[in-house]
Design a binder for this molecule. Structure first.
Ligand code: CAA
Length: 285
């Protein structure tokens, strides 16, 4: 099938980035969040990122305007009814995500439509089971910032129709220009299974006084050629998101490497969410 009508549920950091990628690919995109403030914030993030793309010479002013024109913002999930692909990018809360999948199942009319989750770590099968069409559900995990990072993890659950994953591989490659990889429906898939223990180790180093945050970050930037160090990257991912990914992975694996450090937990309690809230390990946002 040729996918032209797509939807994104959630206009937060990831949802707005994914919506931007879809709009830049020339698709008709409906973006839904729960209230006008969240919708306005998502629209503002997308506009700012498109403007940044223009100023970096990545797209023309005409392409920016066309992308903005192809986006429809709404608070009504019923607007997803005619979509051929919907990507859920709500916060990392299993009950919220399950409820969204149940709603999508009741509104999206095309039986061939594909329902995807951008979850960073939660089992795809639990969202599939919230629908009457579990074979049409899979994980499509984008990376932050979505307009810049080439990777998409394609995660099949034990009941995903292999043709659905194949369609998404073609779509992400040929339409979105991304570089997908396949991952099994296991905690953290491929990237977060490696990344989360690394970020948590860095936060524990800081917590235990091994080194300053600046030196931990400079170590990985200058010693391993990472574009940013782990403490800064934690801020960019979002400290609440990182915390909830850890909670979900630890619940399934019991691996102490997946247990969120106490310092992270306290910062989330304090409302320090990293770059998106203006204050995390760093406050220069
Ligand atoms: N639109 C288009 N292109 C853009 C852009 C935008 N909005 N913003 C930046 N770019 C392009 C720039 O033009 C530049 O391209 P070139 O290299 O071709 O010149 C490139 O992106 C980098 O931009 P800058 O050097 O100007 O740096 P920046 O500060 O704008 O962005 C960064 C830096 C891209 C975030 C970089 O530091 C980076 O890659 N950091 C690591 C990010 C990372 O690891 N993300 C994964 C997080 S894990 C995750 O998301 C999964 C999860 O579940 C937790």
């Amino acid at each position: 099938m040729t996918i032209t009508r797509v939807g994104v549920v959630g206009a937060g950091l990831m949802g707005s980035g994914i919506a931007e990628v879809l709009a830049r690919a020339g698709l008709d995109v409906v973006v839904r969040d729960i209230n006008d403030e969240a919708v306005a914030a998502g629209r503002g993030r997308i506009t700012a990122s498109l403007d940044k793309g223009v100023s970096r010479g990545k797209l023309t002013a005409e392409a920016r305007d066309a992308a903005l024109a192809s986006l429809t913002f709404t608070t009504e999930i019923a607007r997803m009814a005619d979509r051929q692909l919907v990507i859920e990018a709500a916060s990392e809360n299993e009950d919220i995500k399950k409820a969204i999948f149940a709603e999508l199942d009741s509104y999206v009319t095309d039986p061939d439509a594909i329902l995807a989750s951008n979850t960073s770590s939660m089992p795809i099968i639990r969202f599939a089971q919230a629908t009457s069409r579990p074979d049409r559900v899979l994980g499509l995990h984008f990376f932050n910032p979505a307009p810049v990072q080439p990777l998409v993890e394609i995660i099949s659950s034990v009941v995903t129709d292999p043709a659905v994953a194949d369609t998404m591989e073609q779509f992400t490659t040929q339409v979105l220009g991304k570089s997908p990889i396949r991952a099994d429906d296991r905690p953290g898939f491929v990237v977060n299974a490696l990344l989360v223990p690394y970020l948590f180790s860095a936060i524990r180093m800081l917590e235990n006084g091994y080194a300053s945050k600046e030196d931990i970050d400079a170590g990985m930037r200058n010693g391993c050629a990472h574009p940013m160090g782990p403490i800064r990257l934690s801020d960019v991912v979002g400290l609440d998101t990182l915390y909830f990914i850890g909670v979900s992975m630890f619940e399934e694996t019991g691996d102490p490497a997946h247990k969120p450090p106490l310092l992270l937990s306290r910062m989330v309690d304090a409302g320090m969410m990293g770059k998106k809230s203006g204050r995390g390990f760093y406050d220069d946002y």
